[in-house]
Design a protein around this ligand. Structure first.
Ligand code: 5GP
Ligand code: ZN
Length: 113
């Protein structure tokens, strides 16, 4: 059994608030939102983080980056938004399955670190 939290969410074993889904990726609302809109976009394939993005899976990441603006538009983020992907301990990555945070719906903090 796959013990990766986001693989289990993608599989539907753990419930989530779905925002978008296609054959390659899945997007859902963060359980602990840090902004009025806080969506996580993940590849259905297990990739641990941005550190494991290679020429072999770059097309999947590029696809996700075509989906992100569609989600931002659907969420009404006309004033702008932020995309974040934490990698490893120093960045505070808590779930080792590649994910992109989409944050918006208010003026975001000026500092990113
Ligand atoms: P990270 O800290 O790895 O960049 O982001 C992980 C994110 O996953 C956090 O923002 C956290 O709130 C979110 N998260 C953790 N567990 C769950 C869960 O079971 N369901 C949902 N929807 N989000 C989760
Ligand atoms: Zn996974």
């Amino acid at each position: 059994m796959n013990d990766c939290l986001f693989c289990r969410i993608v599989a539907g074993d753990i419930p989530s608030a779905k925002v978008y889904e296609d054959e390659l990726c899945y997007a859902f609302r963060d359980i602990n939102p840090q902004a009025p809109v806080h969506v996580l976009v993940v590849p259905k394939e297990h990739i641990p983080s941005c550190a494991q993005v290679t020429a072999d899976n770059a097309a999947l990441v590029a696809h996700i980056f075509t989906v992100i603006p569609q989600i931002a538009q659907a969420e009404g983020l006309t004033g702008g938004w932020r995309v974040v992907s934490n990698v490893g301990a120093d960045a505070g990555q808590t779930v080792p399955h590649l994910h992109f945070h989409i944050l918006g719906g208010r003026r975001l903090d000026d500092k990113m670190a």
